[in-house]
Design a protein around this ligand. Structure first.
Ligand SMILES: C[C@](O)(CO)[C@H](O)COP(=O)(O)OP(=O)(O)OC[C@H]1O[C@@H](n2ccc(N)nc2=O)[C@H](O)[C@@H]1O
Ligand SMILES: Nc1ncnc2c1ncn2[C@@H]1O[C@H](COP(=O)(O)OP(=O)(O)OP(=O)(O)O)[C@@H](O)[C@H]1O
Length: 312
């Protein structure tokens, strides 16, 4: 008996945002990147990417932050799809629909999530059956943050952030994210840390034992006080108002506050779902940011879903 396998007409993949629980930045390397020691946690803000065959390449954006992403071939999702096409020897154009719920240029790796989602979606659409290692290799070509949202959970990142290893972790954490009206450019934030540390002797980056112990125990209070980000001073230097936002959240009861990645989103860890709701109300009343989003972490990495959450 022969089996006939038909390729799908459309594939939708959901991929998560991230927060760096700890981000240690080493000296600038000869290739322009910085060596990192970081712990990523995937959180429940998701973008969805749907791919289907088309006469020409196009990006259709929907969702909360649709207006803020490029609609042309400079969208990282198009670059991701073209990379898979090249790997698979495919000569087809696609329509890529992005349902954008992850803040843009916010330090939450939203573009990276879209790239990771697109890699997986194209693999399924074209029936290539690339394995996780091949997808991770393509992901690393697209950006340092792209391999993480393929896998999700809690992972340690080294190298320029693209080399991932498991960490022992338990528990589920309640986050509140304060999203700014204007994004920050990741290269500019790295350039600012170089400027601020120009005269300093920068050690090799290392994640603290305190943070690892807090994660191992699933202890939110200990995790709150262990959150750390070497890029935070650079983000404060470029956006002084972020310092006030961090302090306000802690005054309102957060267990810890940290600039997410290269910012300007600020992540607040809270003790419970109810505490997250209370903090959201207080932050809203203080009117210090554009948007307030709640999420839980960790969540799974990129995965196929049967249909997009908003109708096409
Ligand atoms: C800040 C983080 O989000 C923390 O996870 C990431 O390090 C950023 O990763 P990303 O946005 O995927 O960055 P990439 O697209 O790889 O690189 C963009 C630019 O950021 C700077 N960059 C990025 C990663 C890294 N380890 N060192 C760097 O100096 C470089 O100037 C680089 O040209
Ligand atoms: N699909 C996409 N989604 C978001 N931004 C995109 C996308 N494609 C290209 N971009 C461009 O990439 C820039 C960075 O966007 P992104 O949302 O990934 O930033 P980020 O969350 O700060 O990234 P990271 O945390 O990985 O440094 C944006 O300013 C935008 O112009």
């Amino acid at each position: 008996m022969t089996t006939v396998s038909t390729l799908p007409e459309v594939v939708t993949v959901r991929a998560p945002a991230k927060v760096n629980l700890e981000l240690r930045v080493g000296p600038r390397r000869a290739d322009g990147y910085h060596g990192l020691a970081t712990v990523f946690q995937a959180v429940s803000l998701h973008d969805e990417v749907s791919v289907s065959r088309s006469d020409e390449w196009q990006v259709v954006a929907a969702g909360h932050y649709a207006d803020l992403i490029p609609s042309g071939t400079d969208n990282i999702a198009v670059r991701a799809a073209q990379l898979v096409a090249e790997r698979g020897g495919i000569d087809e154009a696609l329509t890529i629909r992005i349902d954008k719920d992850i803040p843009v240029a916010g330090g939450m790796a939203g573009g990276s999530a879209d790239a990771a989602a697109t890699l997986l979606a194209c693999d399924q659409l074209w029936g290539l059956a690339l394995d996780r290692d091949e997808l991770s290799e393509l992901a690393a070509e697209l950006g340092s943050d792209v391999p993480f949202p393929l896998l999700g959970g809690n992972l340690m990142g080294s190298g320029r952030g693209e080399q991932l290893t498991p960490v022992l972790a338990r528990g589920s954490f309640n986050w509140v994210f304060a999203v700014s009206g204007t994004g920050l450019s990741t290269p500019e934030v790295y350039a600012e840390i170089d400027r601020l540390r120009a005269d300093a002797d920068v050690p090799e980056p290392r994640v603290s034992a305190r943070l690892m112990a807090a994660l191992r125990r699933g202890d939110a209070e200990a995790l709150g006080s262990a959150l750390a980000n070497d890029l935070q001073d650079a983000a404060f230097s470029l956006r002084p108002e972020l310092r006030e936002l961090c302090e306000a959240g802690v005054d309102f009861g957060a267990l810890g506050a940290i600039v997410s990645g290269s910012g300007p989103t600020v992540a607040f860890l809270t003790a419970s779902h109810e505490a997250a709701l209370d903090l959201s109300v207080s932050l809203s009343a203080a009117a210090l940011c554009r948007d307030i989003r709640r999420a839980k972490g960790p969540v799974h990495g990129a995965h196929v879903v049967p249909a997009p959450r908003t109708p096409v």
